[in-house]
Design a protein around this ligand. Structure first.
Ligand code: ZN
Ligand code: ZN
Length: 359
């Protein structure tokens, strides 16, 4: 439980820095990170010295088994009892999750005690950016499941099947390999649909001579994997091969640019410059990558505007792409850990262009 303690210590330091008497956490991601609770409904009140976990009767056994470093009690009227607890603690300035708490819920809390000053904590997510050992193990396991499941379904990717069928096979394989759930609706975009960066699997039939982009992931012990592979279904024309080679080189150059203390936007720039030099700059519209952990998308953001200084222990994706309307596209994505001397890839499906047999 040392990990949870050190996470709480960082949060309590943040409280003191913001001169807060307490923070109220309701987001299941934060509940899991700070208390170990893996259910979907609960509340954690953290003061500079103590932690209180509250949940309803459905989750009390689970909470008693999972929650560490906090006293666990059942509540029946969630918000009213949380405000009572804050009153009991004498908390006047209370932090809340600015990114995830709804305005309606905040209003409800405010109306219960108008003397409490609610302070938005916009940077709470940043406390989760550097992963500890326990988290890395889960992220590695999730990434390993990706690799095993993907190899399993390769024979299913052939002319005549629909994108949706491939997505279903992949989801099934990930679950069979130990994945808890799909990380998101998989992107399976073949041929002209490859031009859609978020082209979730459709009923389009895969044809010979097309590229197919598959963006997928799973969850293990609460932690996500995220990876994108672009394959050739039979031989594809030279321009598609060139685009793939360009994206792969941009991906590799970005990886080589990784080191502690480098600015996230500078890594984005390395990939973007290369794609621009190849003449495809206007077809790479999104950021280079995002952090991943208990949420599929979290800090740090790697984009042209990102102010983040990358730090050893951060886990994020590198995912350049080229999307040409009415023609096709390529994205290549790996999830990596930033280390003291560069990076270590967690995802391991080969990214070099593979040409699948079409029989
Ligand atoms: Zn992805
Ligand atoms: Zn991603």
């Amino acid at each position: 439980m040392i990990m949870l303690d050190s996470r709480l210590i960082r949060l309590q330091h943040e409280l003191k820095r913001n001169k807060l008497d307490a923070v109220l956490l309701l987001d299941p991601v934060h509940l899991r990170y700070y208390s170990g609770f893996s259910g979907s409904d609960g509340a954690l009140v953290v003061t500079p010295a103590q932690c209180y976990f509250r949940t309803d009767s459905r989750y009390i056994s689970q909470a008693t088994a999972e929650v560490r470093a906090a006293s666990v009690e059942v509540h029946t009227t969630k918000h009213a009892e949380l405000v009572k607890l804050l009153q009991y603690l004498g908390a006047k300035r209370v932090g809340f999750e600015a990114v995830t708490l709804s305005v309606a819920e905040l209003n409800q809390l405010s109306e219960l005690d108008s003397a409490v000053v609610w302070e938005p904590l916009k940077h709470l997510g940043e406390l989760r950016q550097v992963k500890d050992y326990a988290e890395l193990e889960c992220l590695e396991q999730a990434a390993a499941i990706n690799a095993t499941a993907f190899e399993k379904i390769l024979p299913h990717i052939r002319p005549g099947v629909t994108e949706r069928e491939i997505a279903i096979e992949l989801e099934y394989a990930l679950r069979c390999c130990g994945g808890e759930d799909k990380a998101f609706d998989f992107i399976v975009a073949s041929g002209w649909r490859g031009a859609y960066p978020h082209g979730v699997a459709s009923d389009k039939i895969v044809q010979a001579g097309e590229l197919i982009t598959i963006d997928f992931g799973t969850r293990k012990s609460g932690y996500y994997s995220d990876e994108t592979v672009t394959l050739a279904v039979g031989e594809v024309e030279q321009k598609l091969r060139d685009i793939h080679a360009c994206v792969l080189e941009a991906h590799d150059l970005a990886l080589e640019a990784l080191s502690p203390s480098v600015l996230a936007r500078d890594v984005d720039r390395v990939a973007r410059d290369y794609i621009e030099a190849c003449g495809y700059g206007k077809y790479f519209g999104h950021g280079l990558g995002h952090g991943i952990g208990l949420a599929v998308h979290e800090g740090p953001t790697l984009s042209p505007k990102s102010e983040v200084v990358l730090t050893a222990g951060m886990v994020f994706t590198i995912e350049p792409g080229i999307y040409i309307p009415d023609y096709g596209g390529v994205r290549i994505e790996d999830t990596v850990l930033l280390t003291n001397d560069g990076y270590r890839a967690l995802t391991s499906v080969p990214k070099k262009l593979r040409t699948l047999p079409i029989e």
